[in-house]
Design a binder for this molecule. Structure first.
Ligand code: ATP
Length: 893
């Protein structure tokens, strides 16, 4: 018998489980041994060896290896060996970095891996879906991805999108009754849910019947989603730049060969000179350093609770100019307490903070005896009935499970002495229409002890009121006339202007003996009972974060499903309501054309009573205006807006799987301030990348100039290829990495966002590279000429002097690269990695110059102590000559 044919008892027997207790830890272990983890086999990873050799496919490396072969054919063994050695060293470094980057990406994947709610030893827990075993009881609701194949035992308006498996684009409605069909199509199995499919509506509970490769999706090969491209725009641009430089290097080489042939030089001299230039032109170390900087930035973001799902987001964050944020939970604490109640023209307040169910009720300052006020009792009772939250005590403190809005209503009812036990004894819920952010309400059908069926609805008051025909007014039930509706509205606005979130409650008796009701039948002609108003204070740190973003040229817009007046009151506390102080409502948005909306989004900072579709329109309007938009979201319907936004930001705690999959950034703490922290990091990473691009390329420019000038002036080569390789890959490499780790400059959040269209070399970077490179080249050449003039017979001595000058010039220049302004703008010892890197590079330089076994490889000779003042003086020149002029210019600014 197949699972879909079984009834409940047969099912429980077949998978040996108990839906009230779930599996025990011991049982889970046994089943994990038997069935393995609940994962789909992934495509085989590249082997370590292959990954190491793939390092050698880089064009530059191929050129170098070819050079090594030619050198050895010509009998220049030492050169050949030295080149091979450096290439292997570089490949090992690249290999190590690739592994590390891959590991951190895997760690990221784990952090954003789907989780499943599972019942284990009578407790519901959230576990990674890989832990699930057959027999587990799991529950899910709108927005969740199903973690394994399950047979359903409960379904409340459950609809699941299964197109990946069935090709059916409309979501399928699910139920729990057994099916008497043999060998059905997947699309016909309405009582099961399959791994990887998506709950689009409602909620349900199911028993896991198969996991991992035994699931329906496991059986279909190739269905696994291909992972998305992880290269950032900058990496792509640098890749292109690399190609251009290689072509330039080859052209330069051709030029050198032509000059050599024209002069009648021998083949080896020509080859050697050509190779030197090719090596000088290409920044061999750059790609590795970019990868390292990005992966370190991502690690730093995780420490601040921001998980990057798509690497390009790291860069785009630095260009963000608008943050559109939800209010509830992101800007506010999402810890609600009911403080005000209203029914039939009467108003009450209730004491207490947090979720502790203790507090008295007052009417106009006098204590209320609850027995005497049936309307208040009914309001609280129905608020607790139409509700899925639970209140419990943990470590001496009260906490809730479920939606905080609902939790607050349960707590309020408990303050009036209504207990969960009493409620369960007197009412059973027979049907539920779950809350969704389009309808902005939720309903249940309950049966009381006498068998009477009741519909109870709660939701946004302004909307719910339009579904009501009458209203409780004291002891009576009266028609909901325009005047009474106006009175309700006044009460709502009264609460909302104190920043209270408002919820209305309504009910109606239903005819007996009907089994299933539709939404239209339930949510109409209701009796309005009253309002509950709850506070949800703004998060402490958000106000400062919003201000900081403002200083950084980033506007914050609040987009909320809540009431306009509540939203504005909170916005005012956070200082984002703007001068206009208006909130635009969803229904006003509906009337606007795309062009009108484009204008409105530039002025209004609060959008209220919006649906997820409105969010999408707002993102598009902002983008039309040339803004780079970060947009937060948590629900299923938020996915289109999150995908469309430049940076989709999903909530780690309250976010659904769908929202997380659509987003490029996940906030582990759901906190607005974390977006700001990620932006600071994003800006810093980009700045750091610019720093080492400047650093590394200035070195290349210097090297090319030295070599070209020497050739044009018919001088011997001032540097040999192996020395240039050593500079590019080793002595420059470490400080470049340290620049990648640099802390942000003080003014990161005082600058405007970076123009997303700007090129890598914008804002004076090209000038800095060329001017510093030119001066470094000039100093190196000067050092070479000086030493060569003094002792023309000792070429290696002159070359060593030039080599030392080049390295030292770069090691001084690196401190200038730390700031876009001037070397004097920052404490030179502020980056301890940089100090370490520079010291190591100095030691390496000295080793290559002074250690006899290395000298033949690098064609160096020991320099005298008397040579160093000149070397250091010339090396300092490029940095300080221009730093001085910039310093004065900067001061004048
Ligand atoms: P944000 O979009 O900033 O997170 P929000 O949480 O207020 O704000 P929604 O969750 O879409 O947005 O809620 C919109 C409105 O729906 C609320 O103002 C409230 O009146 C109503 N509402 C919220 N939660 C429930 C619920 N569980 N049951 C019934 N109605 C609800």
């Amino acid at each position: 018998m197949d699972f879909h044919e079984m009834d409940r008892a047969q099912l429980l027997k077949a998978v040996k489980t108990d839906p009230l207790h779930g599996l025990s830890a011991e049982e889970v272990r046994l089943r994990q041994d038997k069935h393995g983890f609940n994962v789909l086999a992934e495509a085989k990873k590249q082997s370590l060896l292959l990954s190491f050799f793939s390092q050698f496919t880089d064009l530059m490396i191929v050129v170098l290896l070819a050079a090594a072969v030619i050198s050895s054919v010509l009998g220049e063994w030492i050169d050949a060996a030295a080149i091979v050695l450096i290439v292997i060293l570089n490949a090992s470094l690249g290999f190590y970095q690739d592994r590390k980057a891959e590991k951190s990406l895997e760690a990221l994947k784990k952090l954003s891996a789907p989780q499943v709610q599972v019942l284990r030893s009578e407790k519901w827990a959230r576990l990674p879906s890989r832990e699930i075993v057959p027999g587990d009881v799991i529950r899910f609701s709108s927005g969740d991805r199903i973690g394994a194949d399950v047979r359903l035992i409960e379904a409340a308006s459950l609809e699941i999108e299964e197109s990946a498996l069935t090709g059916e684009s409309m979501p399928a409605s699910k139920r729990t009754e057994s099916l008497a069909i043999v060998d059905p199509n997947l699309a016909d199995i309405s009582n099961m849910a399959f791994m990887g499919t998506l709950v689009t509506r409602g909620s349900g509970v199911g028993i896991v019947v198969s996991t991992g490769m035994n699931t329906e999706v496991g059986q279909i090969a190739g269905l696994l989603q291909a992972s998305e491209g992880m290269d950032t725009p900058l990496q792509r641009k640098l890749g292109q730049l690399g190609k251009i430089l290689i072509i330039a290097a080859l052209l330069l080489t051709l030029l050198v060969v032509a000059i050599g042939v024209w002069r009648g030089n021998d083949f080896y001299t020509i080859f050697f000179a050509g190779l030197s230039l090719a090596v000088a032109a290409v920044p061999e170390g750059l790609p590795a350093v970019v990868t390292i900087a990005l992966s370190i930035g991502v690690q730093r973001m995780i420490k601040k609770d921001a998980v990057v799902r798509k690497l390009p987001a790291v860069e785009i964050l630095g260009s963000a100019s608008v943050i559109c944020s939800d209010k509830t939970g992101t800007m506010t604490e999402n810890e609600m307490t009911v403080t005000h109640l209203w029914s039939g023209g009467q108003e009450w307040t209730v004491e207490g903070t947090g979720y502790e169910p203790d507090g008295r009720f007052f009417e106009a300052g006098t204590l209320v005896e609850l027995q005497g006020v049936p309307a208040l009792h009914e309001l609280l009772l129905y608020g607790m009935l139409c509700n899925n939250a639970k209140v419990f005590k943990k470590d001496q403190e009260y906490a809730i499970e479920g939606d905080p809005t609902e939790g607050a209503m349960v707590v309020a009812a408990m303050k009036a002495g209504i207990s969960e036990k009493w409620l369960m004894e007197n009412f059973t819920v027979v049907q539920e229409l779950p809350f969704d952010s389009e309808r902005k309400m939720m309903s249940v059908i309950v049966k009381d002890r006498n068998g009477q069926l009741l519909a109870v609805t709660k939701g946004a008051p302004d909307l719910l009121a339009t579904h009501c025909g009458s209203i409780r007014w004291g002891e009576q039930q009266l028609p909901l006339t325009a005047e009474r509706a106006a009175e309700v509205e006044r009460a709502v606005i009264g609460m909302a202007s104190n920043a209270l979130r408002t919820m209305a409650i309504a009910y109606k008796p239903l005819p007996p003996h009907t089994l299933v009701f539709t939404e239209q039948e339930i949510e109409k002609d209701l009796v309005f009972i009253g309002l509950e108003g709850m506070i949800d204070p703004p998060r402490e740190e958000v106000k400062a974060a919003i201000q900081e973003c403002w200083n950084a040229g980033i506007r914050t817009i609040m987009i909320t499903g809540d009431h306009a007046v509540t939203a504005l009151a909170i916005a005012e506390k956070l200082h984002i309501s703007g001068e206009a102080g208006i909130a635009v409502e969803g229904k006003e948005l509906d009337e606007m054309s795309a062009e009108q909306l484009q204008e409105v989004v530039e002025k209004a900072s609060v959008f209220a009573r919006v649906t997820p579709e409105h969010k999408l329109r707002i993102v598009q309007a902002l983008q039309q205006n040339g803004r780079v938009v970060a947009m937060t979201g948590d629900g299923v319907n938020d996915a289109p807006a999150l995908k469309t936004a430049d940076i989709g930001v999903a909530m780690g705690i309250t976010g659904t799987d769908v929202a997380k999959e659509a987003a490029s950034l996940i906030l582990l703490d759901d906190n607005f301030a974390t977006i700001k922290a990620a932006i600071v990091e994003g800006r810093n990473i980009y700045d750091n990348i610019r720093k080492f691009i400047r650093y590394l390329l200035a070195s290349n420019v210097g090297e090319i100039l030295v070599m070209l000038f020497a050739m044009i002036l018919a001088l011997p080569l001032p540097l040999v290829p192996i020395q240039i390789l050593w500079v590019n890959l080793v002595t420059d490499g470490l400080p470049a990495m340290a620049l990648g780790l640099d802390r942000p400059e003080d003014d990161v959040m005082k600058k405007k966002p970076r123009d997303p269209k700007e090129g890598v070399f914008a804002r004076g970077l090209a000038w800095k590279i060329l001017s510093r490179g030119f001066l470094i080249g000039a100093s190196t050449l000067a050092a070479f000429l000086y030493a060569y003039e003094r002792n023309p017979a000792d070429l290696p001595y002159a070359q060593t002097t030039a080599f030392a000058t080049l390295v030292m010039a770069q090691l001084i220049h690196v401190f200038d690269c730390r700031s876009e302004k001037s070397i004097f703008a920052r404490n030179p010892f502020g980056n301890k990695y940089l100090i370490g890197a520079v010291l190591s590079s100095v030691v390496l330089l000295l080793a290559v110059i002074y250690l006899p076994p290395l000298q033949p490889f690098f064609r160096t000779v020991s320099l005298a102590a008397a040579d160093w003042p000149l070397i250091l003086g010339l090396a300092a020149l490029p940095t300080f000559l221009l730093a001085g002029t910039f310093f004065f210019k900067f001061k004048k600014d």
